[in-house]
Every structure is written in structure tokens, then in C-alpha cells.
Design a protein around this ligand. Structure first.
Ligand code: 5AD
Ligand code: FES
Length: 357
């Protein structure tokens, strides 16, 4: 066993703050641990942001219910299935269905029927991750039964006090419910992913260290975390003068990924799209320091403009993002191989479920 698995809070904070040679060592160590524990392959998850209709009002998010400037859309089944077919035919092996948060019976039913159709069109071959927010245990079970096997639900911040600085303090934005939902997902049998935003106003290094320890304690299988990026049409924008520079948030996000890889060596870590909003090669840089999953955007182009969670969201109109040659070249630059046709499930999930038997 590796001594890094047991980092304490002080050590984590020191790593998060590290600069220059110490930081280079941290990033290098993380990459070595990744290659040793999960290999050097990068797995693709085609991201389909199928609707921006949302019942919530998170204070940081560009598609919050209260933002009247956003044109709301709901992609048709045909458009979603076409994106899935693209993923399947291009050997991506998995898709992520993401949307604003709704829990109406019609929404639950729609996702359920989409899951079945996606399985059908791909002879059961496409792996499906859902990212559709907090739902009841019954809904999670139903979607699992219909073919979803991974679920992403970011905790956003594991510090209750900070959670309520970035969410309205009311029943539909309850911190306890969010934590409970993560428990439901695990119980329903999913590979569970969570994550946080890095560089939020009012967030300290200590908070971030606690976020990493929260993930370790929850024994998550996957993580997606990236820099917070202010959005003009959100309430949190007024605190923009409290923020670290974008470059500092970016560097800190890479440090977070590196420390998490040391703490949880066998999980899947995604190179978040928000990294690319700050640095065009941001995701590739994350792949070179501990991340092993990337989510190329397959959302139909005409909707991308309306799924802006934050400013400067990349790839609003390009197909080059999806050009196989470009993808391959970029991954190679990061020194990794692509796991085409492989689900690339979290090794951690198998390790933890095996030990439960
Ligand atoms: N900056 C960075 N990430 C954001 N997200 C939402 N708004 C922002 C923002 N302004 C992230 C949240 C959410 C995920 C889908 O996008 O962490 O869980
Ligand atoms: Fe939609 Fe947060 S604003 S879930």
C-alpha cells in the first residue's frame, strides 16, 4: 500500500497550495499513481445536454430557473438518439445524458424511455451515465433497471455553510437531501460520481481539503470537478471581486485532481469542460495529471448556445471537437491512449463491490 492513500488534512492543504518544484513533483506523482493503478487509457463519454429546463435556482448556474434570458429547449428523442448513434458508431462506448433538474412524472418517464431506446439502438453496447440531479430512490432504481449504470451528482461544496452561500436556503436546495441522494444512488447500484467547484467565492483551502476527504469518506467511484467560472446573469456574479484569478483557479483545479488521485488511486476522474473554458488545452493538461475520462460534447449545435452554465463555455459551434483525428492528436499530446470501444468503468467500483461480497 502507498503512504499517499492516507493523507491528512494538513498534508492535503500543503499540496493544494504547492507551487513551483513542489507542485511539479505533486503533478508527476499523481500521473505515476494513475498509470500504475488505472492504466494510461482515456475513456470517452459523449455528453448530450438534452434539456436546459430546470426547476432550481442555484446561484452560480447560467441555466438557473430565474435566468429569463435563456431560451429553454428540450431536444427531441430523434436528436438525442442521433447523438447516441454518433457516439456508438465512433466507438465512444458511453454517453452521458445531462439536463436541468426536473422530477415531474413526465420527465421521469421520458428519461426512462430514452434509456430503453438507447440500449436498443446500440444492441445494449452503449454505456449510459445520467446527470439529471436529485431524484427519489424509486426513480433512481427505475432508471438503473432501464439501463443507466453510472450517475453524476456533484455535491458542489461539502461544507454546509458554503453550500447555502451558493444555493438558496430552502427545501428544494437542501444540502441534506443532496447528501441523501448520493446515498440512494449507491444503494441503487450505480457507479457514483460527485465533484465540486473550485475557486468559489468564500471558499478556503481548508474547505477544498474537506471536499476531498468527503469524497474519500463517501467512497465515490468517479469524480468530475473543475474551476468555478462566474456568469454575468447569476446572483453570485456580484462577488466576482472576491475570486482568485482564472489562472489561479485553473492551477488549483489541477492540484485538486492530483491530490484526489493520490487519495483515491483507482477511481475515474474526468477532465472537466470548465478547464477548457480557461485554457484551450485545459482538459488535456488534466489528463496529464491524474484524470482519465473526457466528455466530448455531442449536444446538437443549435442548443449549445443555450446550455451555458458559465461564461466562455467552449465548443459552442464546432464539430472539430468531435473530429476523431483531432481528438486522437490531443489525447496523444497528453501522453495517453484512447480506450475506444471500452466502457472504462471505475475500477474502484469493482474493488469496493467485490469486497462487499
Ligand atoms: N462554473 C463552473 N461550473 C459550473 N457548474 C454550474 N455552473 C457553473 C459555473 N458557473 C457545474 C456544476 C454542475 C455542473 C453540471 O456544472 O458543478 O454540477
Ligand atoms: Fe439547475 Fe442548479 S440551476 S440544478
Amino acid at each position: 500500500m502507498n503512504k499517499f492513500f492516507e493523507l491528512n488534512k494538513e498534508e492535503i492543504i500543503k499540496f493544494l497550495k504547492s507551487k513551483d518544484e513542489d507542485r511539479t513533483q505533486l503533478l508527476k506523482r499523481s500521473q505515476e499513481v494513475k498509470i500504475r493503478e488505472v492504466g494510461n487509457k482515456v475513456y470517452f463519454r459523449g455528453l448530450i445536454e438534452f434539456s436546459n429546463i430546470c426547476s432550481k435556482d442555484c446561484l452560480y448556474c447560467g441555466i438557473r430557473k430565474g435566468n429569463a434570458k435563456v431560451l429553454r429547449y428540450n431536444a427531441t428523442d430523434e436528436q438525442i438518439l442521433e447523438a447516441c448513434r454518433f457516439a456508438w458508431e465512433n466507438d465512444f462506448a458511453s454517453v452521458v445524458l445531462q439536463s436541468g433538474e426536473l422530477s415531474s412524472p413526465a420527465f421521469v418517464e421520458r428519461v426512462d424511455s430514452l434509456l430503453k431506446k438507447i440500449k436498443q439502438l446500440s444492441n445494449d453496447e452503449l454505456g449510459i451515465t445520467l446527470s439529471c440531479g436529485e431524484q427519489s430512490m424509486e426513480t433512481y432504481r427505475r432508471w438503473f433497471k432501464s439501463g443507466a449504470h453510472r450517475y453524476l451528482l456533484r455535491i458542489e461544496s461539502s461544507k454546509r455553510e458554503l453550500y447555502y452561500k451558493i444555493h438558496p436556503k430552502n427545501e428544494i436546495h437542501s444540502f441534506e437531501k443532496r447528501v441523501e441522494a448520493l446515498g440512494f444512488l449507491k444503494e441503487a447500484g450505480y457507479q457514483v460520481g460527485t465533484g465540486v467547484m473550485i475557486g468559489l467565492p468564500f471558499q478556503s483551502y481548508e474547505d477544498l481539503a474537506d471536499d476531498l476527504l468527503f469524497m474519500k469518506k463517501l467512497d465515490i467511484d468517479m469524480c468530475g470537478m473543475g474551476p468555478y467560472i462566474e456568469h454575468e446573469d447569476t446572483p453570485l456574479y456580484k462577488y466576482r471581486n472576491l475570486l482568485k484569478s482564472k489562472q489561479e483557479r485553473f492551477d488549483l483545479a489541477l492540484n485538486m485532481i492530483a491530490v484526489l488521485r493520490l487519495l483515491m488511486p483507482d477511481i475515474n476522474i474526468a477532465a472537466a469542460t470548465a478547464l477548457q473554458a480557461i485554457d484551450p488545452a485545459g482538459r488535456e493538461k488534466a489528463l496529464a495529471v491524474g484524470a482519465n475520462v473526457i466528455m466530448p460534447n455531442l449536444t446538437p449545435c443549435k442548443y449549445r448556445e443555450e446550455y451555458k452554465l458559465y461564461e466562455n463555455k467552449p465548443c459552442l459551434d464546432e464539430d472539430a471537437e468531435l473530429c476523431r483525428n483531432c481528438l486522437e492528436a490531443r489525447i496523444e499530446l497528453a501522453g495517453a491512449e484512447i480506450g475506444f470501444k471500452e466502457w472504462g468503468d471505475s475500477r474502484h467500483f469493482f474493488n469496493r463491490t467485490k469486497s462487499n461480497l
